[in-house]
Design a protein around this ligand. Structure first.
Ligand code: ATP
Ligand code: MG
Length: 567
C-alpha cells in the first residue's frame, strides 16, 4: 500500500466522549469512524486489523473441527418465543416489525437460529457431534454503549454452537474450546486468564470467561497469587472465612436491643462482638416473569451480598431495592429481620453460615434480637452461595491469597445442556432408539472488541502499538523527503521487492514534512518504520521499533537480511 493512496483520516483531536486509549487512538488513527451511539464503521486500516484477528480465530476454530456458517442478523421473533427468551432477554433485544406487521428481532446471539437450523436435519446420534460457528454482526441495545469498540451496540462476534449426544461429549468439546481459545489469545499476544463465570441470560451450567488483564477493564476478577484459580467477582468462591475473635457465648435467648437504627455496626457495638458473629439481612424485591416478590438474603454481618449470586439463588430476572411500603406489606420488621420465625417470606442463607453457632440475628420483632443462635434447622434449599468475595480472602483451591484485578472479557464459553433443545423440540435418536434433546454448548469471542483490546493492552501516550499478529502493516517505509529522487527510487524499489514477497509493507510516499509522517507512524502504531533520509548518502537507513522506541542504523546492503528478522 502507498500512503498517498490510503484512506486513513488521522486527526489531532479525539471525540469528547472518548476516555480510553483504544477509543481515542482508533478514531485518531483513522481505523474506525462513528455513525451513532455504539455504531462504528471500520475504515481500511481497521478492516485489515479486524481481518487478521478474524483469520487467527477462523484458523483455530477450523483446526478444532468446527465448521463456519453465516446466519442472518434479522431473526423472526417466533423463534425467540419458542425458547422463552423473547420476554426474558429485556431491553437489549431490539424488536421491530416489517410492513406486514410480522415481528422480528436483531440477533444479539444465535442459539435459537442455530437450533432451528439443526433440528429435523440432524436426527441420529451417528451424526453427532456437530459444531457450527460464524463470525458475524450482532446487535445489542446496550444501556450504556461506550468505550468505542469495547461496548458497541452493533459489534462483531465469533459465536459457535455445538451439539452432542451426551453430557460427557459436551464436556469434551468444552475443554477443547477452552484450549482453542487459549491458543487464539496466546497467538494474539494477550495476557489473559480463563475465569470461572456467571452464566447470565444465556443460561445453563458451567461457564468460563476469558479475560484480558487490563487497567481499563470493566470486569473485576479475583486471581490467586499461588495457583491458577481466577474468577469473576460475580462467581468467585473462597475458602470458608474464619476469625480469631472470641464468639459471644450465650444460651439461645431473645434479647432486648433498643438500637436507634438496626445496623450491623450498632448491633456489634451493642454486644461488643465482632460483626463476624452477627447475621445481616439484605432485603430485595425480586422481579419474575409474572410476579414480584420480597426476598431476604442472610449473610454474615462482616460480609456483603453479591447481587448476581443473590439473583441466581432467587432465580429472579432482576433484583431491585424494596421500598418501605413493600417491606411493610411483606411484614418485615426493618432492622430486626432474622431467619428464625420469618414467615410467609422467601429467604436464603449464605452457605458459610450453615451449621455455625453462637450467632446473633434479628428476632422479627421491633427492638429484639436472638442470641446464641445455631444455624441447624433450615432446609438445604435455603442455603446458597451469596457472599461477595474480596481481595485478601483465601483461594478456594489452594488457600493462597486472592487479589483483585481489572479485566476485559474477550470470550465466554458455556455448557448449555438441553435448555434450548428441549424448549425448542430439537431432538435426536440415541443408541437405544430413544428421542432426546441435544446437549449443547456455545462459545463466543468479541472479535471487534478484540481490536480495541489489542490497543488497551499495548499503547503509549503517542498512540497505538500493534504487534505483528494484529498490525495493519508490519513495516512503514518512510521517504523522508520525496523530492530527493535517489532516496525515493531506493525506497520504492525496496517497497516493490517486499510487496512481491507478500510482506505486509506500506510506503509513506506523501509529500509531507518528515515530522508529520513520523507522527502518523507513532499514532497508527506500525511495529516498525524504516526511514530513508539524511544518512542515505552514507549508505545507511534507520530502522525504528515502535514498541521499544529503539532506533538503529542499517547498512543498505544488509537491509534485506535485517528485514527478514523484522517480518
Ligand atoms: P459483557 O459482560 O461484556 O456485556 P456478555 O457476557 O454480554 O459481555 P457474551 O454474551 O458472552 O457477552 O458475548 C460473547 C462476547 O462478545 C463477549 O465475551 C464479548 O467479548 C463480546 N461482547 C459482548 N457484548 C459486546 C458489546 N456490546 N460490544 C462488543 N463486544 C461485545
Ligand atoms: Mg453484555
Amino acid at each position: 500500500m502507498r500512503f498517498s493512496k490510503l484512506f486513513a483520516p488521522t486527526t489531532k483531536d479525539a471525540p469528547k466522549d472518548a476516555l480510553l486509549p483504544s477509543h481515542i487512538f482508533l478514531i485518531r488513527g483513522g481505523f474506525i469512524s462513528q455513525t451513532g451511539s455504539g455504531l462504528y464503521n471500520f475504515l481500511p486500516l481497521g478492516k485489515i486489523v479486524l481481518e487478521k484477528i478474524r483469520n487467527i480465530i477462523k484458523e483455530e476454530m477450523d483446526n478444532a473441527g468446527a465448521q463456519e456458517i453465516s446466519m442472518g442478523v434479522v431473526n423472526p421473533s417466533e423463534l425467540w418465543r419458542q425458547s422463552g427468551r423473547y420476554d426474558a432477554y429485556g431491553k437489549e433485544l431490539l424488536r421491530f416489525k416489517d410492513r406486514k406487521d410480522n415481528e422480528f428481532i436483531l440477533g444479539p446471539t444465535h442459539e435459537e437460529v442455530v437450533v432451528d437450523i439443526v433440528r429435523n436435519r440432524i436426527n441420529s446420534y451417528k451424526q453427532l457431534p456437530l459444531h457450527l460457528y460464524q463470525i458475524n454482526t450482532k446487535f445489542r441495545d446496550e444501556a450504556r454503549p461506550r468505550f468505542g469498540l469495547l461496548r458497541g451496540r452493533e459489534f462483531i462476534m465469533k459465536d459457535g454452537y455445538s451439539f452432542h449426544a451426551s453430557v460427557e461429549d459436551l464436556k469434551r468439546e468444552f475443554d477443547l474450546m477452552e484450549r482453542t481459545y487459549a491458543k487464539i489469545f496466546t497467538r494474539l499476544g494477550l495476557d489473559f486468564r480463563a475465569v470461572a463465570a456467571d452464566s447470565g441470560a444465556i443460561g445453563g451450567n458451567g461457564s468460563k470467561e476469558f479475560m484480558v488483564l487490563a487497567q481499563n477493564g470493566e470486569d473485576d476478577i479475583l486471581i490467586c497469587d499461588r495457583c491458577e484459580y481466577a474468577a469473576n467477582v460475580e462467581a468467585a468462591k473462597r475458602a470458608k472465612k474464619t476469625t480469631t475473635e472470641t464468639p459471644p457465648k450465650a444460651d439461645f435467648a431473645k434479647f432486648y436491643t433498643p438500637l436507634n437504627e438496626g445496623s450491623i455496626e450498632n448491633l456489634s457495638d451493642f454486644f461488643k462482638v465482632s460483626a463476624f458473629y452477627t447475621v445481616k439481612a439484605v432485603i430485595k424485591k425480586a422481579i419474575y416473569k409474572d410476579k414480584t416478590q420480597i426476598v431476604v438474603f442472610f449473610v454474615r454481618g462482616s460480609d456483603e451480598l453479591q447481587e448476581i449470586k443473590a439473583k441466581n439463588a432467587a432465580n429472579a430476572l432482576e433484583l431491585v431495592e424494596a421500598n418501605a411500603e413493600d417491606l411493610k406489606n411483606a411484614g418485615i420488621v426493618v432492622g430486626f429481620c432474622g431467619p428464625i420465625g420469618l414467615e410467609n417470606v422467601q429467604f436464603f442463607i449464605d452457605n458459610e453460615l450453615k451449621e455455625e453457632k453462637n450467632l446473633i440475628c434479628g428476632a422479627n420483632e421491633q427492638n429484639y434480637h436472638y442470641v446464641g443462635v445455631s444455624m441447624f434447622n433450615f432446609k438445604s434449599e435455603r442455603y446458597a452461595d451469596l457472599a461477595a468475595v474480596n481481595e485478601g480472602d483465601l483461594c478456594p483451591c489452594c488457600g493462597g491469597k486472592l487479589s483483585l484485578v481489572k479485566g476485559i472479557e474477550v470470550g465466554h464459553i458455556f455448557q448449555l445442556g438441553q435448555k434450548y433443545s428441549s424448549a425448542m423440540n430439537a431432538a435426536f435418536l440415541d443408541q437405544n432408539g430413544k428421542s432426546q434433546p441435544f446437549f449443547m454448548g456455545c462459545y463466543g469471542i468479541g472479535v471487534s472488541r478484540l481490536v480495541a483490546v489489542m490497543i488497551e493492552a499495548n499503547h503509549d501516550e503517542k498512540g497505538c502499538i500493534w504487534n505483528k499478529q494484529s498490525a495493519p502493516y508490519i513495516l512503514d517505509i518512510i521517504i523522508s523527503n520525496v523530492k530527493n529522487e535517489i532516496q525515493k527510487e531506493f525506497a520504492v524499489k525496496l517497497y516493490e521487492d517486499l510487496k512481491a514477497q507478500k510482506k505486509e509493507v506500506i510506503l509513506d510516499d506523501r509529500n509531507e514534512r518528515f515530522g508529520f509522517k513520523m507522527n502518523d507512524f507513532e499514532l497508527i502504531g506500525f511495529p516498525y518504520a524504516l526511514i530513508v533520509g539524511k544518512e542515505f548518502d552514507e549508505g545507511k537507513v534507520e530502522l525504528v521499533s515502535r514498541a521499544l522506541g529503539k532506533r538503529e542504523f542499517v547498512n543498505i546492503d544488509e537491509i534485506h537480511d535485517r528485514l527478514k528478522e523484522v517480518f
